[in-house]
Design a binder for this molecule. Structure first.
Ligand SMILES: Nc1ncnc2c1ncn2[C@@H]1O[C@H](COP(=O)(O)OP(=O)(O)OP(=O)(O)O)[C@@H](O)[C@H]1O
Ligand SMILES: [Mg+2]
Length: 467
């Protein structure tokens, strides 16, 4: 006992470990069955979906970086307090699980030809004694996934992902620091409560969706004139649910297979947003050049035979700057490709997904998009109401408007004037002085109210505003 105490006191911990390591190495054959290497690529299924284990390993191993590391990448994103450390090619990281020594190695492959940039491939190699394979796959890997889940929940920084053509059509992301919340949103209180209740119900219904045989996803269609808060509502939903946003620009997708690839690469607990999904309306002839109010894309519905109806989408490319209407067609994604993802077989690839479409013209949407069960909730974002006004005055002037002498008159005019919350917000921002800001808003409403009584807005005027 004396010797042991002396040994422990006199020999430093590091030296003791090293001595034990040497003894083990010389007297015991460490891995009687040899070593096994497991490879975790950043993408699984041939590049379709993210590899959850790779993502988890990346976050987990970042906490295991030792002082012996030779080369590390250091990044810091705005809004993130901590530095993010990641690995450089060939970096080794050691870990230990239930007495088993494990070694990880990071590999990055950017292709050998600098003139031919290929999408970067990254992977981790995990080397372990063969006899511990079951322990590592059955306990260690789930332990890493759970640990990372806990870490992320504790310090969740929301991200907004978008497709960057320069990164090989892969999603890239930045932190989402949108300040919109349901509290700051000017919206009818009953509608607001209904949306929140719907999302809450969705969140806790994992078993319900399984029982009734449906994919665990929810679709929302937001429609209304520009500036009524559709994008703000999406940000509020993301902040409320703590879900990342995947902002998909359909115009950046070349065909259905690319659409499938990018949609499969979205993570669970996320909101997929497709903004301005307006229909171009029925177009008579597929071969002729098309004109569409939305120059990005347009869905068209055409009958192959009386029994069969198909949908397709055309991408409209402006051919000359001089002629705004001259668009040529180029095959793009099909509506069925998109709908299959929302509702069809592909929809089961993922859990806890929210899909949001927005449009300024609900009437232009194809009936296939509107049919029951596809978009679970249709949310009309309307012009500013007196309830909305109350929220905006509180947001922008930091006071209850009801106590101001001009408020009654403003409240009386607000609904008839048909102004958007964005317009009201703009007037309220003209001054920090409530007298000046409310006076500005009142004058604006009187002018608008006058216009509104002279002419009710025609469709083409609304189109003009939207475009
Ligand atoms: N309902 C609202 N509540 C609070 N603020 C709003 C609301 N609607 C609009 N705003 C303000 O107006 C700005 C524009 O709103 P937003 O982008 O959400 O409108 P939108 O309906 O998405 O418009 P678009 O159809 O042009 O995309 C927001 O940044 C916000 O400040
Ligand atoms: Mg918007």
């Amino acid at each position: 006992m004396l010797l042991q105490t002396a040994f422990n006191t006199l020999i430093p911990h590091e030296l003791r470990s090293y001595l034990f390591h040497l003894i083990r190495k010389w007297f015991f054959k460490p891995h009687p069955n040899g070593l096994l290497t497991l490879v975790f690529d950043d993408n699984s299924s041939g590049g379709y979906a993210r590899n959850e284990i790779y993502d988890a390993a990346e976050a987990y191993l970042a906490t295991k970086i030792s002082n012996k590391a030779d080369c590390l990448r250091v990044t810091k994103t705005p809004g993130n307090k901590n530095l993010i450390l990641s690995f450089e090619d060939n970096e080794k990281i050691y870990d230990e699980f239930k007495g088993v020594d494990l070694s990880w190695r990071f590999h990055r492959n950017t292709g050998s030809d600098p003139n031919k940039p290929t999408p970067e491939k990254r992977c981790f190699h995990l080397t372990l004694p063969k006899q511990d394979k079951d322990l590592i796959l059955g306990s260690y890997i789930p332990f890493i996934i759970e640990t990372v889940k806990r870490m992320r929940n504790n310090e969740r920084v929301l991200k907004i992902h978008t497709i960057d053509r320069y990164s090989g059509g892969k999603w890239t992301n930045v932190n989402l620091k949108h300040p919109a919340t349901f509290d700051t949103l000017a919206m009818e209180p009953s509608l607001k409560e209904a949306v929140i209740a719907d999302m809450e119900r969705f969140r806790c219904r994992k078993d319900f969706y399984k029982r009734v045989g449906r994919a665990w996803k929810r679709g929302y269609l937001l429609y209304g004139p520009p500036g009524t808060g559709k994008s703000s509502l999406i940000a509020s939903m993301a902040n409320y649910m703590k879900f990342d946003i995947y902002d998909l620009q359909l115009s950046s997708i070349s065909d259905d297979s690319e659409l499938r690839r990018v949609l499969l690469a979205t993570a669970n607990r996320s909101i997929l947003v497709i903004e301005d999904i307006d229909c171009g309306g029925d177009l008579p002839d597929r071969k002729t050049a098309q004109v569409c109010n939305n120059p990005k894309f347009c869905f068209r519905f055409h009958s192959v035979s009386p029994q069969e109806t198909t949908f397709d989408a055309v991408f409209l490319v402006q051919t000359s700057n001089a002629n705004h209407n001259a668009y040529t067609r180029k095959p793009k994604i099909t509506l069925s490709g998109l709908l299959n993802f929302i509702d069809g077989l592909w929809s089961s690839c993922g859990d806890e997904r929210i899909i949001v479409f927005t449009t300024n013209h609900k009437d232009r949407l194809d009936s296939a998009l509107l049919r029951p069960g596809r978009m679970d909730m249709h949310i009309h974002m309307s012009y500013c109401t007196s309830q909305g006004l109350k929220v905006l005055v509180q947001n922008y002037l930091g006071r209850d408007g009801g106590t101001h002498k001009l408020y009654g008159e403003i409240e009386r005019l607000i609904e008839d004037a048909q102004v958007t919350p964005a317009q009201v917000a703009e007037k309220l921002m003209t001054s920090d002085d409530a007298d000046v800001a409310l006076d500005e808003l009142l004058n604006f409403l009187m002018v608008k109210g006058g216009e509104a009584t002279e002419t009710t807005k025609t469709d083409s005027e609304i189109d003009e505003e939207c475009d």
